[in-house]
Design a protein around this ligand. Structure first.
Ligand code: G6P
Length: 446
């Protein structure tokens, strides 16, 4: 790799960009980023300019020589990049609002990355990421693609199985958030905490939890039974676990498991929010409007603390720590989404899995897990089947495959309801789902 790194961030107009900038500043000069290209689409132009100017003020104030470029021309940006990070949202927050509210209208959980919402986010995102991959192949074939775009597991698997890009890593803030949460609960520095992770994105478990190499799983379990000690994210209302359940489960669930092990309560809570004024998309829209007002302030040159109200806490730590370890061949342990290749024998060989890996300059090397414990194996396998069928539908635009994906998701209670929700969502999102339109046209002609 050359001396000064060129990083390209697709979806650069995101409100999360100051997180990333803060991380690059923190790691400079060990991670000598010389160019950071923030790329967005026409619809995101205004946000790109506002957040891009804040990014320029941040690096200037910090006195680091990172040159920031703002552009709507993805191809120009990608030329000879070393790392490409993706954090875009196809259809913006309006699409998220539909993903969350349409299922809820039918009494089914409406969540950004799980259930019908996650399925449609995958439908909108996968064709776009594959298009980005074609550009990477042509313009920067040696670059590493670090994907944060949700649903991060499915997006990473689509790249692995349906593009020619092999240098891809999917990243989420859930594992680092769980480690930070444990550190806080136990009152120890987070560098001393390590969790052995295994599973899928937003379906990951901590198989064991260590402080200085000694298991503290039982101690952590007894603490997190209490709702006030819940380890969660800003976007998930956690209620604490039944102590006997947690003990029997014997692994540490992630915040998203609330949707599976407390489906009834979570649905009730979401329906209440929906009726009282809106889903998480609406909360986030308000937060974003406030954030962009702050970002416009020419005197602001740091990441504002208000950004911590978003679910993506520790995102900059996770992202920059990963890029740093790859660049320096650090060989430390981090949990990322990567190709399984038998590391979790209960899951397909060519699938993306989220697990603890050794991070090297040649990418993440998974730490082998073997079979998942029987009590979690079935759910993880069921979600992986859902993911694989969803990806196939996202690419083919085939209606039957889409209905199959919707119906086999454990958060959707019936095939009939699956069809009702699918039809309504296909119509609501049709501008962002050309693959389904094209397929219909072909079938017509036949
Ligand atoms: C969590 C997830 C992220 C997700 C975020 C949503 O942190 O791990 O994948 O993007 O929540 O947060 P938001 O503030 O947009 O609801």
């Amino acid at each position: 790799m050359k001396k000064g790194l060129k990083i390209v961030t697709i979806g650069g107009g995101s409100s999360y960009t100051p997180e990333l900038i803060e991380g690059f500043i923190k790691y400079y000069p060990e991670l000598p980023v010389s160019e950071l290209w923030l790329v967005d689409v026409e619809e995101g132009k205004e946000k790109l300019e506002i957040v891009g100017n804040l990014a320029k003020r941040m690096v200037q104030k910090a006195g680091v020589p990172i040159k920031i470029y703002l552009t709507l021309d993805r191809k120009e940006a990608l030329q000879s990049a070393d790392f490409v990070t993706t954090q875009f949202r196809v259809g913006l927050l309006e699409a998220r609002k539909k993903d969350e509210s349409i299922p809820l209208k039918h009494g089914v959980l409406g969540q950004e990355t799980n259930g019908p919402g996650g399925l449609f986010k995958a439908f909108r995102t996968i064709p776009v990421i594959l298009d980005i991959c074609r550009d990477i192949e042509e313009l920067c074939p040696n670059a590493w693609l670090i994907n944060f775009t949700n649903p991060a597991g499915m997006v990473t698997e689509a790249v692995l199985r349906y593009s020619n890009i092999r240098r891809v890593v999917g990243l989420c803030n859930v594992p680092i958030g769980m480690e930070m949460g444990v550190a806080k609960l136990l009152g120890v520095d987070h560098h001393r905490v390590r969790i052995d992770f295994a599973g899928l994105n937003h379906m990951v478990y901590g198989l064991d939890v260590f402080v200085d190499g000694v298991s503290v799983k039982d101690q952590v379990f007894s603490l997190i039974n209490d709702p006030k000690n819940s380890i969660t994210m800003q976007n998930i209302h956690a209620m604490g676990w039944e102590p006997e359940f947690l003990k029997a489960l014997d692994v540490f669930p992630c915040p998203y498991h609330n949707y599976y092990y407390k489906s009834g309560e979570m649905l009730e809570k979401e329906l209440k929010n929906y009726k009282d004024g809106g889903t998480r998309a609406e909360v986030v829209k308000k937060l974003e409007d406030e954030l962009f007002e702050l970002y416009k302030d020419p005197d602001l040159a740091i990441k504002p603390p208000q950004l911590e109200k978003r679910g993506g806490a520790y995102y900059s730590d996770a992202a920059v720590r990963l890029i740093h370890s790859m660049y320096t061949d650090k060989r430390d342990i981090q949990a990322v989404n990567t190709i399984n290749r038998g590391a979790i024998s209960s899951l397909p060989y060519d699938s993306a899995v989220e697990l603890s890996c050794i991070i090297t300059k040649d990418g993440p090397k998974p730490i082998s897990v073997g079979e998942l414990p029987i009590q979690i194996r079935g759910l993880v396998q069921q979600i992986k089947s859902f993911e694989r069928v969803s990806i196939e539908a996202a690419i083919s635009g085939d209606y039957g495959t889409a209905l199959l994906a919707m119906t086999i998701n454990p958060l959707v209670p019936s095939d009939r309801l699956a069809k009702v929700i699918l039809d309504e969502m296909l119509e609501a999102h049709k501008d962002y789902l050309p693959q389904f339109q094209k397929r219909r046209e072909i079938e017509w002609k036949i």
